[in-house]
Design a protein around this ligand. Sequence first.
Ligand code: NFE
Length: 478
Amino acid sequence: MATVLKIDPVTRIEGHLSVKIEIDIVNGIQQVTNAWATGTLFRGFEKLLTGRDPRDAQLITQRICGVCPIPHGLAAVNTLEDAYNVTVPDNARVMRNLVLAANFVQSHILSFYHLSLPDYVTCPNMLPWQPAWKGDMRIDATKSTAMVNNYLKALDINRKIQEMGAVFGGKTPHSPAYIPGGFTKVPTAADVTTARGYLAEIVSFVETVYIPDAEYLATKYSDYYAIGAGCRNLLAFGVFDLDAWGNTKLLARGMATGGSTSVMPVNVGSITEDVTNAWYSSPSGLNPATGETVPAYPKANAYSWMKAPRYAGEACETGPLARMWVNGDYQKGISAMDRNLARAYEAKKIARALDGWLGEIREGQPSYVKAAAAESGNGFGLTEAPRGALGHWLSITSSKIARYQVITPTCWNASPRDDRGTLGPIEQALVGTPVKNLKEPVEVMRVIHSFDPCLSCAVHMVRPDEPEQVLVSVQSRT
Ligand code: NFE
């Protein structure tokens, strides 16, 4: 008989995720046979934006999350610039890239060292690492100590990356500098020198510490190349514009289905959000341009505050692996370990690009063009956050926000079943995951953490307890 196991909360992620899994013995191996991912908070940001001045959107949507505010600021100004029909000066494009790149690199370092590493390495017998699960740790004491030292070093490096981003962004994590029409910062040669002062150490850390640690982990846990594949549909909206119109990007826009290396263009009209299994009463299957967010709790068969975004009806994984795959930078495989490695290699690619963008800053040139606010209109902005594809959609009526919809990366990755019953990407990735010890299902945590989920981005309001037929309930540690 299958054992039902609930991990609630899943720790070492941002926000509140609960995962229920069924575990059974298949072909002699104890493994996950079914999974349900639950976002336990309601995100009301779409509701509270309605009726406000559209130019508030970049400041308000950045408060969706403290880990990836910059992408929300960028998506919001891109959305407004689409509605206002504005193209920004080159200095603005470059500074937007610089601050966003800083956000990506620190987030990837955070994901590896602070959120994932304790799944693989025995950490010191003290707070904040204990209590922790002890099983299946394959790295010897000397190497474990070295990696934990790098965990600490990563905290210092991440502070420096945030400071580098603040040179142009004004402050981090939430930057007020992204405005429709450009960027508030007027850059100087001294700013470029200051940022370069940070950059050498950051690039060195990524190349000589983070990448070797990620690769070492992959050699010790190579079985995870065969665990956690998921839906194998990879979606990227693309990011880091290399020209004024965003026609070329450091990481391209595209979609690859079924693990294929051939990449297709993205059609925004093919994006829908199903809500049959989510706590919403709004119609299911709407495109976000006409999307609605009407909470309905309780609701029969629903189990998450996350909607189920789908592309042409298909569940899609987003994130570093999807971006690197679509861009042709990493196409080795799709699995929990491939996700970890693609994230590390992407951090290196982005960190290296920073120096070029610093060289493109033009002192004395404008960073802003006046964007005439439209009384009515529609717009959308597609970009990437560290965790994957991010989209904002806006309708303006009488100079106010009439409709605002946000689809975050984690909403794609941690979505519940859709109207056809297809599991979300994390749910699919969990099915087939071997579990040795029902009391310490660390294998499940490794698969979940490979997606680096952020439920703060995906959903926001506490769910009252519900009765469950749960035979084993586990609180994941640290
Ligand atoms: Ni709260 Fe976020 C990123 C966005 S994840 S971290 O990256 O958007 O859904």
